[in-house]
Design a protein around this ligand. Sequence first.
Ligand code: DGJ
Length: 741
Amino acid sequence: MLIYVDEQKKQFHLTNGMVSYIFHVMRNGQLGSLYYGKALHPNTQFSYIHQYDYPTTYSSHLEGDRAFSLETIRQEYPVYGTTDYREPALSIIQPDGSHISNFTYKSHFITAGKPALQGLPATYTEDERDAETIQIVLEDTILQAKLILSYTIFKDLPVITRSSYIFNNGQNPFYLERFMSTSVDLPDKDFSMVQLSGAWSREFYVKERNLEVGIQSISSIRGSSSHQHNPFLALKRKSTTELQGEVYSFNFIYSSNFIAQAEVDQFDSTRVMIGIHPFRFSWKLSKNEHFQAPEVVMVYSDTGLNGMSQTYHDLYRNHLIRGMWKNTDRPVLLNSWEATYFNFDERKLIEIAKEAKKLGIELFVLDDGWFGKRNDATSSLGDWFENRDKLPHGIKYLAQKINELGLKFGLWFEPEMVSPKSELYKLHPDWTVKTPNRSTSLGRNQLVLDFSRQEIVNELYQRMSSIIRETNLSYIKWDMNRNITEAYSMCLQADKQDEFFHRYILGVYDLYEQLISEFPHILFESCAGGGGRFDPGLLFYAPQAWASDDTDPVERLKIQYGASLPYPIYSIGSHVSSVPNHQTKRSTPLSFRANVAYFGTFGYELNPITLTNEEKTIIKEQIIFYKNHRNLIRTGDFYRLKDPYTGNESAWMVVSKDKNEALVGWYKILATPNPRKIQTLKITGLDPKGKYTINHLDNTYYGDELMYNGIPLPPEFNGPNKKIAKRAGDFQSEVFYLVKR
Ligand code: DGJ
């Protein structure tokens, strides 16, 4: 049992021995929050935590109840306008223009497992014993609307997921103008807020700031979750580190406009809220219509940021990522983008593929430029048929040739876009997102198709599925290279225009779902100019995501480090590319590049024909190494050891669940003149009493030695030691493989 209900007091306690989440019905009938944090004993009574209080002068109290002001009370789902001046989770515009609502408790029901959210990505259970869900039904009798708040607690993880649903059972339509997925009131503000922010080519930078009075938020109004802010927010205690301390974290399973905010009020309490961004959102609900808000995953950790991440990784590996790729090692791929850009033909591709095969590559991915008349980024998006100038025998022939070499074949698509220079645009100029009588902005020379329209989604399905069938496709990279401007749909009535963004992303999810249902074997990799839409919403459909267009390994340390906060490393697309790096012009050793890329879905993004024999030999060894360890990388516990933002060194590791093996990556960016003689790397997660051997070190070591004294790092060059030095110069790295004997 995971959910304990005190029927009399109407108190609900979700606990699994790791986390407790407790709330109750307050005397005004609304839901009040009692406790969220480390697990408490399930049978205790907690109502005393809630104290009705006489508000001070200049505060308001509820009509007829002098000792009840919502302003000072921790609530589960605050609504707008009645004594609480903090931002609400819900605001509804009613036919008379008013905004006040009052949702009070009516009933609740508990189910084993977790019901699906129709049309939306969400965590799930395959075995219903893995979780329990409670749904609280609240009603506003004047509005005649039902609000259902859903809470799921997972059995083996400190995870609570939340979502909200509203139904209009009255006669008159009303408009949601703000409908958050979750709102959590915490009693203090002694946290720092961690966010993953950046830009194109430098996504997922970990940023931290102390909470202060006022609202601190991250958001997107771009029509995608965005490069700028990932829909993830964590509040950690100031003393919390990677390995110890408390963290409350929130990850939104959604791929479009969002807001995640922490509001610290005048009493230093903190309200965390996540949901669809209310700016340019409203939803009309007529009689018998409903709206389902997306889900938020809330992870509580008292074992630091690593504990938090491991919980997300386990949850997403077992209860978010679906299909055959959920539990399958990822193929080593070669992507043609940085190898050729748009400049290729059939002969060149086959040569590249032959060379790739010799190196041990398993999947050949043909990126942008294979369709329509596309020779640069100015044309042909939407024309998903082969470019006959480049592929004179057709895409089917190329795919067969690739398959005959013993390679799987993958293709790049950008389904949501159309180029003004394209056959599709000539045929359907009215299919794009644009506002009438206004100019329409271009992004990367392209326009956005109105995915809020079913007929457009269906047409894209037809076009893509016919290529998939023709090519026996194994993999699709689904890209999205611009954000939405002049947002408007020609097919929505004026009072429904603010439904556009949500309807658009539902169209994206729908196309994914249609393709996955018909082609369950295809491995999808999501991409939006790199990590512009790397979120848990898309992980539900595409089990891996291209984390960044930046393939420079020094940058990748930061990007992959940040991405690993919520996302399992086997979902983080990471490739070895050529030097000087195309994004930074930095040159790093081939070993350094691979040593970073191993900790993700490994691949290459370079032209193998231009490699020297020595490089080919090294790459063959790298691929063998990855294949030997990819199962561990996919299934193990990931630990961040040294962060790449504050120092010259960075490190991370994966340990198998049984602690029998581990892979440790260590990186040093700049060489140190006259370095310290004895250098070690302290690791973690091992069996302290287990005896481990380490590749290229002779000794065996007990786990406790490696954790508390550290792995001895090979000697670093200091001048006189040049004969024995194993490391010298900038961009040093080591990958250690540990096995318990
Ligand atoms: C942006 C992606 O992130 C790149 O990897 C590549 O696929 C290009 N688009 C192709 O246009």
